[in-house]
Design a protein around this ligand. Structure first.
Ligand SMILES: O=C(O)CCC(=O)C(=O)O
Length: 350
């Protein structure tokens, strides 16, 4: 799916639903034209930018909290994360949660943290739910108008897109890391991630985290080292615990050093309600995101096996998604140019 920064991006983007992994289901697109660039406060004062959250459409009204969320973009740039409250309606979160719990047994696989013995770890993962037909009730989530409005503000006018990274984690134990390609997928990431004067505006990929329960009164949500997105260091000094409320979205720069919750014996002894996290990745529409997306798709395809519908879309700009939103000319030309540079490759190559 292509997601961009255009003001109309959300219209109809949530459509689809069906077609697991099909581009139309995730189709939103846009360009930076027409996007309000002003008012983001730069890197100076911690300005809060009110966003216009809804350009209409059914999915918007179904998901939205009814409150206009505001995004502190200066905070995001300084610290590498921002919590945006009131993005989704509490009822919508509860509804998603119930449906996920019903599907969990059939769709999840054990999540293997590298430091907790499997026998005592309850965590499971559902990679690439967007390519699973049984999750079609969530296939419009990446293009929910109010989520795109948040991201549009975070990306500050530069063209961006959904970059295929999506999963659901249930009771996962996740240690310190940065979200970069690892193991056999590292090869996709040939560009240095922390270079100044990097091409095409450099690496700018974020993850939007939607916790399907409230964390205002526990320490169970994301733990992150503020400012760590600017350095390859894995130093965890100064880390903080975030407390998103139900309906909030945490947007973080995925190079930030972060972790999920730790394992403790209490987690086994107590029958706490499941902790569910839905994650979606978006990146500036450039070569860094291309590389990350290709590696991510390869990884997710391996993790999914037969559960996921194979993704036939080209990486980079997905022209068929663009078509839906009337930015065809721009995006198609862009796609052609990128293909010429060898940047937009079909996933089948992988
Ligand atoms: O489980 C969490 O809260 C964080 C998950 C995480 O580390 C990630 O999304 O990369």
């Amino acid at each position: 799916m292509v997601v961009g920064a255009h003001g109309d991006a959300a219209d109809g983007g949530g459509g689809g639903g069906g077609g697991g992994g099909g581009d139309e289901a995730h189709g939103v697109s846009a360009n930076a034209e027409g996007h309000q660039r002003g008012g983001h406060g730069g890197h100076g004062a911690y300005a809060t930018t009110a966003i216009s959250s809804n350009s209409g459409g059914d999915s918007g009204t179904r998901h939205a909290s009814g409150v206009q969320p505001s995004v502190n973009t200066s905070h995001f740039h300084h610290h590498g994360y921002v919590i945006v409250d009131d993005v989704f309606a509490s009822e919508y979160i509860d509804w998603m949660r119930q449906k996920i719990l019903q599907l969990q047994a059939n769709q999840s696989t054990h999540f293997k943290p590298w430091f907790v013995p499997e026998l005592v770890d309850p965590g499971v993962t559902i990679p690439n739910f967007l390519a699973r037909p049984s999750f079609n009730f969530m296939h419009d989530l990446p293009s929910a108008p109010q989520l795109l409005a948040v991201l549009r503000t975070v990306f500050g006018g530069s063209r961006f897109r959904y970059c295929s990274h999506n999963d659901i984690g249930i009771d996962r134990i996740v240690g310190w890391h940065k979200d970069v390609l690892n193991d056999q997928y590292k090869k996709y990431q040939s560009l240095p991630l922390w270079e100044t004067n990097a091409p095409e505006g450099g690496h700018f990929i974020v993850k939007a985290l939607v916790y399907l329960q409230d964390h205002t009164k526990d320490d169970d949500a994301l733990v992150l080292v503020p400012g760590s997105h600017t350095t390859p260091s894995m130093d965890t000094e100064g880390h903080i615990t975030l407390h998103p409320k139900k309906g909030s979205v945490v947007v973080f720069e995925q190079r930030a050093t972060h972790r999920g919750r730790y394992w403790t014996p209490q987690k086994l002894l107590h029958n706490d309600p499941s902790r569910i996290l839905v994650s979606l990745g978006y990146g500036r529409d450039n070569i860094f995101t291309d590389q990350f997306e290709r590696g991510t798709r390869a990884r997710q395809a391996n993790q999914c096996g037969a559960k996921c519908v194979p993704d036939q879309r080209p990486s980079g700009v997905a022209a068929s998604s663009v078509r839906k939103l009337g930015t065809r000319r721009l995006a198609t030309e862009d796609h052609a140019a990128r293909a010429k540079q060898g940047r937009a490759s079909p996933v089948a190559d992988e």
